[in-house]
Design a protein around this ligand. Structure first.
Ligand SMILES: [Zn+2]
Length: 311
């Protein structure tokens, strides 16, 4: 195991490689960042936990792509949680939110064991989509697949099988394992580096190495993935030391929303004039960011200014 400068053990992506078997991987550890995002809303526990998984999955998947911009993961379903959105920028800014139906959720959760709070129960039938936005005048990459699996990790595996571009495995965990019952999350992803000439030329021992590494990854427990006392290097060493795991520089992550008063003004300015005029009649208008729950108040003078800027 190579030594690397360790600036912390939370809110980071720890890339690693298992060179003998041409495997690349990432360990994601989230502490204060995930707690902040999930605590910004008064989500019921099962919604917060699943949104935490979605955010962790977004970070794990984003690391598999070369891009400069925003990676967004979205689920839509006919269950109690109708929408989840999680996004991560290449600079490591994270955010996410969920929309749910409280009555449906209560009915679904009543009598269900904690272990049964699955994707089919909470999200229902629907799809999971991945988008990469690299700014104006660039192509948007989008992948979309129906929700098939008990967990979001299983849904991601289904996506890998469909896309056939990526051979990979993922493990995710979210829980109130931090100090004072704060949220923590962990994610592991292993992927094969495609050999030149395609997968069919892979030697038997490399094929065996891939299978063994996947078994070792799945042996990581949900507790280990979020354990604040088990640093990333310790966990990777515990799992893969016999395979010759090498760690690389970490990438920091933080909870940071991209909303601002200016951005919301741009949205308001795109509203039809009569809608703005109606808001003006009501007096002050409050716009709340769904991601971070920050409220922006536009008083009558602000709305007058927006109205006159339109004409
Ligand atoms: Zn915001």
């Amino acid at each position: 195991m190579t030594a690397s400068f360790d600036t912390g053990t939370d809110d980071l992506v720890q890339p690693f490689r298992i060179d003998p078997f041409a495997l690349r991987g990432r360990l994601v550890r989230l502490g204060p960042a995930i707690d902040r995002i999930l605590s910004q809303h008064a989500y019921p526990e099962p919604v917060a936990a699943l949104l935490g998984e979605a955010i962790t999955l977004a970070v794990v998947l984003a690391g598999a792509l070369k891009y400069d911009g925003i990676f967004t993961l979205q689920t839509k379903g006919d269950g109690p949680i109708r929408l989840m959105v999680a996004d991560v920028s290449t600079t490591g800014a994270l955010r996410g939110y969920a929309q749910y139906d409280a009555a449906k959720l209560e009915a679904a959760v009543a009598g269900a064991r904690a272990s049964a709070l699955s994707v089919p129960l909470l999200v229902g039938s629907g799809y999971i989509a991945f988008t990469v936005d690299q700014g104006e005048h660039t192509d948007r990459y989008q992948g979309i697949v129906e929700l098939a699996g008990t967990t979001l990790a299983e849904c991601a595996h289904h996506y890998f099988r469909q896309s056939e571009q990526l051979q990979a495995g993922i493990k995710l965990s979210v829980g109130r394992a931090g100090p004072g019952g704060t949220w923590r999350a962990g994610g592991l992803m292993l992927q094969r580096v495609p050999p030149e000439g395609g997968y069919h030329i892979i030697a038997d021992d490399v094929e065996d190495g891939w299978r063994r590494a996947m078994v070792l990854m799945s042996s990581a427990t949900a507790e280990e993935l979020v354990d604040p006392d088990l640093p990333p290097h310790g966990l990777l060493f515990r799992l893969f030391h016999e395979e010759g795991v090498r760690v690389y520089d970490t990438h920091p992550l933080e909870a940071r929303c991209r909303c601002s008063r200016e951005r919301i003004e741009v949205i308001l300015r795109s509203f039809p004039a009569d809608e703005l005029a109606d808001m003006r009649k009501e007096g002050a208008t409050t716009v709340t960011c769904e991601f971070c729950n920050t409220s922006y108040v536009f008083d009558e003078a602000d709305l007058d200014r927006l109205l006159s800027a339109r004409s």
